[in-house]
Every structure is written in C-alpha cells, then in structure tokens.
Ligand binder design. Structure first.
Ligand code: PFF
Length: 522
C-alpha cells in the first residue's frame, strides 16, 4: 500500500483566514483598484464593482474554498487533481485544471518584480533619495530610470532594480520553504495587522488634508471622497466598465485562478468554509474600498483635481502609486516617514500575495509527484527565477502588460467559468450545497443556490462573450502594439504556450505513474 504521506496543514482557523486575506489584499487593492476607479469615473465604477462582488466574487470564494477542501480529502491540492476527483469519468478535465497552476505562476512572474519596486521605494523614502523631486516630470523620470526604461540623472541601467528583485525573490522563496503553517501562516499573522496599521495612519493623514490650495477651493477632501462615493448610474450601460469592474473583483479576491483551491486543500473535512470564506472576502473589501479607496484617490484629487487625476490614472497603473503618491507625501511634514509607510504597506500587501501565487506549483509537485516540500520549493525557485527574467528585461516592450492580460485577466475569467460549471452542473447543485455546508458555522443565504447555479455562470459567459466580441481580434493581431514590440509579444506568447504544454505534460506523466502504481498493487 502507498505510504500515507502527511500533507501540510494550517495551524488554526484564524491562520487560514489571515492567509487567504493576505493573498487577496495585495498590490491590487492599493494600486490597481484606485487606478481602475479613477480611470472609470469613480462613482460610476463602484456600482458594477459591488454587483460583481455579490454575483461573482463571493460565490467564487465559496466555490473555491469548498472545492479546495474537497480535493484535499483526496490528497489533491491543485486543480488538475481536484477537477479529476469531481468528474472522474472525464479524461480531459484534468488538463483544464492546468490553468490553476499556470495562471498563478504567470502572475507570480511579474508580480514579484513589481513587489520588488515597493521594497526599493521603501528604502528610497527613508533615505531621502527622491525627497527633492517636486514635480510630476522629475518623479516620472525617477521611476523610468529605476525601471530601466531610460538612462537619466537618477539611474544608469537596471542594476538597483535587479538587486531589489533578488532580495524580494529570496524572501518569497524563504517563506514558502517553511511551508503552510511554518512559513505562509506565520508571515501573514504579523504582516497583515501591520499593513492595516500603516494603512490606517495614511488614511487619517489623507483625511486631514483639508483644502491644500486655497486658490482652488473645490479641490477639497470631501470632494475627493465624493468622487468615489457619489453613485453614477450612467456606467451601467458601458460594457468596458463592467469588464473592468468584474476583472478587478477577481483579481483583488484572488479567486478564479486556483490559489484559494490550494490554500483550502490544507483544511480538514469538518472545517467551516462558509464563514471563513466570507470573513476573508470581507477583510479584503475593507482593505480595498476603505483603505485603498481613502488614500491615493482623495490625496491625488486634492492636489491635482479630478481631470488631471484621471489623466494620470489612464497613463499607467503605476503612475498614481509610484509618481503621484510620493509627490503628494513630499509636500507634507515627515515626508520620509509617510513615504516609508506607503511603500512598506505595498510591500507587505505584495509579499503575502506573491507567496500564495507560488503555492499551487509547489503543491502540485508535492502532491502529484511525491516530492518533498523542500525539494519542490527548490525546483520552483529555479524555474520561476528563469521565467521572471523576460518580465524584468523587456518591461519596456510590454511583456509585463502581456503577462498581466493573460494571467491576471483572461485566464481568471476562463478558469472561474470552468470551476463554476463543474461545481454547479457537473458535481450538481444539490451535492454542492451539501458540500459547502459541511462543518459550516452559518448557512449560506438560500438565494445563493440560485445565484451559483444560474446567475454566476451566465454572468461569466456574458463577460467572456463580450470580451471575445470586442477584443479578440485586435488582441490576437496585436493591433494596439507598435511594430517594434510585436516580436517581444509573440515571444511572450510562445513562452506561455510552452509553459502550459510542459505543465500539461507533467499532469499526463503524473497520472500515468499513478495508474501504473495502482496496477502493480493489484
Ligand atoms: N489579490 C492580489 C492583489 O489584489 O494584489 C493579487 C492576486 C494574488 C491575484 C493571488 C490572484 C491570486 F491568485
């Protein structure tokens, strides 16, 4: 008989809630959310955002927690095994599960690099490296120099960014090396509360900004908050705003990509998923709309006004966070300290997310190939380190944007659709409902039985359909990409296809090995 290998597990219920919340609360909450909200009209963005939260985000949170715990019972911590356990008769379904390892790996590749910038900027803030830069152009030049997009008076080459990348990468590997309880849970237990402290300090500071420019009384803090909170129903007609809002919900909650499946696979059969999942989602929303919504947006609003803020937000996801925010803080007393709080907040948010992105690949090697954790982490470290390189060196050619599109947008929606259909239709809603409620500390409102079965999949198909209709052709033919960069984008796509195929091949090998072992035992 096969030696029962003991899988890792969480130390406590609070531990997994904090780890899932740690995964969810990330750069998405503090950089992506404000940028999306500002670019899509503030209050106009929030209505589709909340509708997507209730119809997509929360149902998927429950689906993933439930499926993860279910799969863990069969010693599977990643989607190929979990999907196979759900639909044993289907030989192909496990290959759809490959997305649940591939997607997180793709996000990990660029996410860790951006996380490294936040660590670097924490040091720059403390050491006053950008403290004399007072206008948008010089702060932008500083960022571009740091990212290696240009050589200027601030930076020559990418050396410093690379150094911080190495430090960040090692920190990530170190955490996952110590496993679920000893690494990830431990990290999240102190990083998450600290992040909230930094966030609260910054929020209070921003709330007391008043009206910094008396010549422009309308640029005041209450109008800054009003920008996000005055509902504007006109957006409900815009397909693009819906797509962006739904995409943000997936990205921010870390659902629809396989990470939560893996985290929940370390639960025991009788552990609650209903209340825990809801608590983790609620904590993320608190961090996103309360903290994330009360720092950059109102701060940028009072110093630059609505129009300019919108222009900055549309000019790039990182501009509000790495250009506008340090500039605003530079105008205040104790700039170095507040700058540090801001970037340290981003770094803590980032690392508790990036370790979760690494875990599916590690769990896959452990569960399906019987490799021990330390060895699995070493393999992961070497492979992912190599895969990170194009994102670093070809940033200016649009490689990060391309990875973000496939990993952080397209596959999220696709995988979420597959998961929901499997759960509600293949596994079956009656069984699914029972499974969700095993060990549950609260009942899911009845209406969700209907929502999960009909509304969530319909909504997902609608999003996919709309995307295909509006963007498929220009995306595939790279209409919006300069001819010089096309070769890099094609290279990225070919690379992604190779990674996917290798993972699919590994799934095939793992299943064949299991079959042979099972036959030998007979
Ligand atoms: N939720 C993270 C954020 O908001 O930054 C990003 C993320 C982590 C997305 C893990 C997906 C994931 F699986």
């Amino acid at each position: 008989m096969k030696q029962a290998k003991k899988r890792d597990s969480w130390g406590s219920r609070l531990g997994i809630i904090m780890a899932v919340a740690g995964s969810a609360i990330g750069l998405g909450n503090f950089l992506r959310f404000p940028a999306k909200a500002a670019a899509n009209g503030g209050g106009a963005f929030m209505i589709p955002y909340f509708i997507s939260l209730f119809l997509l985000g929360i149902p998927l949170m429950w689906i993933e927690w439930t499926l993860g715990r279910y799969g863990g019972g069969f010693e599977h911590g990643t989607a190929p095994g979990i999907f196979h356990s759900l639909w044993q008769k289907n030989r192909f379904i496990k290959y759809f599960g490959v997305i649940g390892i591939f997607g997180p790996l793709v996000i990990f590749i660029y996410y860790t690099y951006i996380e490294a910038w936040t660590l670097a900027y924490s040091f720059f803030a403390l050491t006053g490296k950008y403290s004399t830069l007072a206008d948008q152009a010089s702060m932008q030049g500083f960022l571009r120099g740091f990212q290696g997009l240009e050589n200027n008076q601030y930076f020559h080459g990418i050396g410093l960014a690379y150094l911080f990348f190495i430090i960040t990468f090692i920190l990530n590997i170190w955490v996952i090396y110590y496993g679920i309880k000893g690494g990830i849970e431990k990290l999240c237990r102190w990083a998450l509360p600290l992040l909230f402290v930094f966030g609260a300090i910054l929020m209070i500071r921003v709330m007391t900004l008043g009206t910094p420019d008396p010549a422009r009384p309308e640029w005041n803090i209450s109008n800054g908050f009003g920008f996000l909170w005055n509902a504007d129903f006109s957006s409900l007609k815009s397909a693009k705003v819906w797509l962006e809002a739904a995409g943000q919900i997936f990205f921010t909650l870390s659902v629809g990509i396989g990470v939560i499946l893996t985290y929940a696979s370390y639960l025991s059969k009788g552990d609650d998923v209903v209340l825990s999942g809801l608590t983790a989602a609620g904590t993320n929303e608190l961090a996103e709309v309360i903290l994330g919504g009360s720092i950059i947006i109102p701060a940028a609003f009072v110093f630059f006004g609505q129009e300019q803020m919108r222009t900055i937000a549309t000019s790039g996801v990182f501009n509000l966070g790495f250009v506008t925010m340090p500039m605003v803080l530079n105008k205040l007393p104790l700039a170095a300290l507040f700058g540090f709080f801001w970037f340290a907040l981003l770094f803590l948010a980032g690392i508790t997310s990036s370790v979760s992105l690494a875990q599916p690949a590690v769990a896959f090697l452990e569960d399906e190939f019987d490799i021990n954790r330390k060895k699995a982490v070493k393999i992961f470290a070497i492979v992912s380190f190599l895969l990170c390189q194009p994102a670093i060196f070809f940033l200016k050619n649009g490689v990060v944007d391309e990875l973000d599109f496939w990993g952080g947008t397209f596959f999220l929606v696709l995988f979420a659709t597959i998961e929901t259909v499997l759960f509600a239709w293949v596994f079956g809603m009656e069984k699914a409902w029972d499974e969700i409620h095993k060990g549950a500390d609260m009942a899911v409102p009845k209406i969700y039985k209907f929502i999960i079965k009909y509304i969530t999949p319909l909504f997902l198909f609608l999003i996919l359909g709309m995307w295909l209709w509006q963007e498929w052709l220009p995306k595939i033919f790279m209409t919006n990409i300069s001819s010089a960069d096309r070769i890099y984008i094609i290279g990225t796509r070919l690379g992604l296809i190779c990674v996917f195929l290798v993972l699919a091949l590994l799934v095939k090998i793992a299943w064949r090995r299991k079959r042979v072992t099972a036959e030998n035992l007979r």
